[in-house]
Ligand binder design. Sequence first.
Ligand code: PMP
Length: 284
Amino acid sequence: RTVYVNGNYLPEEEATVSIFDRGFLFADGVYEVTSILDGKLVDFAGHAARLERSLTELDMQSPVSMEALLDIHRELVARNGIEQGMVYMQITRGSDGDRDFVFPDPETTKPSLVLFTQAKELVDTEAAQKGNRIISVEDIRWGRRDIKTVQLLYPSMAKMMARKAGADDAWLVQDGFVTEGTSNNAYIVKDGKIITRNLSSDILHGITRTAVLKFAREAQMKIEERPFTIDEAKAADEAFTTSASAFVMPVVSVDGATLGDGAPGPVARRLREIYIAEMRKAAI
Ligand code: PMP
């Protein structure tokens, strides 16, 4: 595989970053994951806009312009011949060779930019056909989940708790209300209405969420943006999650309670179909 590190396209074995990089020592960095369909990037503009916002919130600057970043994404996809899969991109604050809580001087310390691709079937997946079983886990993450940082230890632990409980994934719960999934936004459907938590610093502002809600509105579906409880989720007609790499993923059970007939629901299936068809058309 060819990867990208700070201006160079290299075989993955030859790619290196300093052990003093603040991404490594402090999880001081941000990332984006962009899907590839038919060898093209899905919603790059959405990812670039959120990246710029994440960087601004952390007082960091991209080492390259968003136009250059798009070119790097495309070049890497082409070099690796990816038809379906994703591009992972991260920017960390770099390092001036010391470990210090104080940020290094941005005049002399450049952030590190790293990208790599992963080939993966995204459309015809067993998970999408079967749907995910979800457990709830307390949300003990920090309070700025709207910034897409590389601090993913707790979401990773929550996913392991799900696996140990025989489930596929976890939804995080704070003060009795679902915030989001470990790596996705969470939705329930009740009496034909789609309910998903409103945007705030409690959740990541999903790029897929924005697109899916737009398609749902265009299809005259009813949407309520508000927090919901796990009890509401257990009593829902259906549920699903959204993320750039899994699109719309049906949820078939919550904390052991089966939703509907235990198969992916009609709203989730329809939104998945619309999302994939529309994003395929718009991919660049
Ligand atoms: N919430 C969290 C915590 C996530 O990690 C992700 C995936 N990056 C999402 C939501 C979904 O965001 P997106 O649709 O932009 O992938």
